[in-house]
Design a protein around this ligand. Structure first.
Ligand code: PMP
Length: 362
């Protein structure tokens, strides 16, 4: 049947985003290391805040998120007027694409960059421009070379998912200074809290007109299920983004939980330290099994196998043991598996299963 109804052409170029699996048929004792979640869940204060918020479910939530923005500003030493909150940082990425992609506009992302940059670009009629990395590290020169007078947005995640690598302040500054005047540099800090003392670009946002930072409550704060993210941007950009934001985009339980979580700085410090300890242990143990990885600055390790066939066979074995990790062929890393850092027992169970696989005892 032919139909006159069709979406904007770029929509059909979008590949569906597939989240990490959470079940395996026939397995009950699952270790889920497929979505970079915090193995310790959210802080208790966030759960208590949700329980309290339940009594007000008949009320609409805040439209301006003033209380959450104030809490974020106090904890991070930022300006509340430069903060916008969204349904995950995914929504902030969407707002940026909705607001800034002109007809024919180009959006730069890196070779192994987060899938939503491309999806949001296509959803908003833009053209994604993929730029090569240098050995799985963001290549500033390659990005600058790809810029044109049509470039509207440049997305980089720092640390990057799924590579786990990051670039330093001097490189970021060079990028912000080198992009064309009509373009915005978006620094995605979804994993920033895993890097001790890292501001994820907040100071640059305050010093420049063309830099935006995005952050999330889905990772170290353990609140992926409630979907809260935020952006930090010059006030002129915040004003634009608020025009495309729905008035009640965040639910009241989500707002309450995020506010309690951001104030629990001890929880964040404990999770950061435990993540670093387990991550480094796991990366070393994998290296001893002949499976290298780049030094990760986030809460996952990108394990590199000799071939795609070996990576997939290892993933099949892990599944049969009830351990879920992430295949990243969709990120053009077919010989790799991305393994979220779990708690100590999850990391030990995973390394044990991979050792069995390598020894051929499967
Ligand atoms: N950016 C990066 C680099 C990510 O890895 C993710 C989550 N996988 C996000 C943004 C989006 O996170 P959320 O929408 O849950 O805040």
């Amino acid at each position: 049947m032919t139909t006159a109804i069709s979406p904007r052409r770029s929509i059909m170029d979008i590949s569906l985003y597939k989240g990490g699996d959470s079940t395996v048929a026939g397995q009950s004792n699952i270790v889920k290391l497929s979505s970079n979640e915090n193995p310790f869940g959210p802080p208790d204060a966030a759960k208590d805040a949700v329980a309290r918020a339940v009594h007000e479910l008949h009320r609409y939530p805040s439209t301006d998120h003033a209380s959450l923005r104030q809490a974020i500003a106090e904890v991070h030493g930022l300006d509340a007027a430069r903060i916008i909150c969204g349904v995950g940082s995914d929504e902030i990425i969407h707002f940026l694409c909705q607001a800034y992609i002109e007809e024919g506009g180009e959006v730069i992302h890196t070779e192994h960059g987060f899938a939503m940059y491309r999806i949001s670009t296509l959803a908003n009629g833009g053209t994604p421009v993929e730029v090569k990395e240098r050995e799985r590290v963001t290549d500033v020169d390659a990005i600058l070379a790809a810029c044109t007078d049509k470039t509207r947005l440049v997305f980089i995640a720092n640390p990057n998912n799924p590579t786990g690598t990051m670039i330093g302040q001097a490189e970021i500054t060079r990028l912000a200074e080198g992009i064309p005047p009509q373009a915005i540099l978006v620094l995605d800090g979804a994993y920033a809290e895993y890097v001790d003392g890292f501001d994820a670009g907040a100071a640059m946002v305050e010093a420049r007109e063309n830099v935006v930072m995005t952050r999330t409550f889905s990772k170290i704060y353990g609140l992926g299920g409630l979907r809260v993210g935020w952006g930090y941007a010059p006030t002129a950009i915040i004003d634009v983004l608020n025009r495309v934001r729905g008035p009640f985009n965040l639910s009241s339980p989500a707002l309450a939980a995020a506010e309690a979580a951001v104030r629990d700085v001890d929880f964040v410090a404990r999770c950061r330290a435990e993540n670093a300890r387990c991550r480094d242990w796991m990366a070393n143990a994998l290296a001893e099994l002949g499976i290298p990885s780049d030094t990760s600055t986030a809460n996952f390790v990108l394990a590199r196998f000799a071939s795609e066939a070996e990576a997939n066979a290892c993933d099949d074995h892990l599944r049969s043991e009830g351990i879920l990790v992430r295949r990243v062929a969709g990120y053009n890393l077919p010989n790799c598996l991305r393994i979220t850092v779990g708690d100590e027992s999850a990391c030990r169970r995973t390394v044990h299963a991979i050792a069995q696989f390598k020894a051929g005892n499967v």
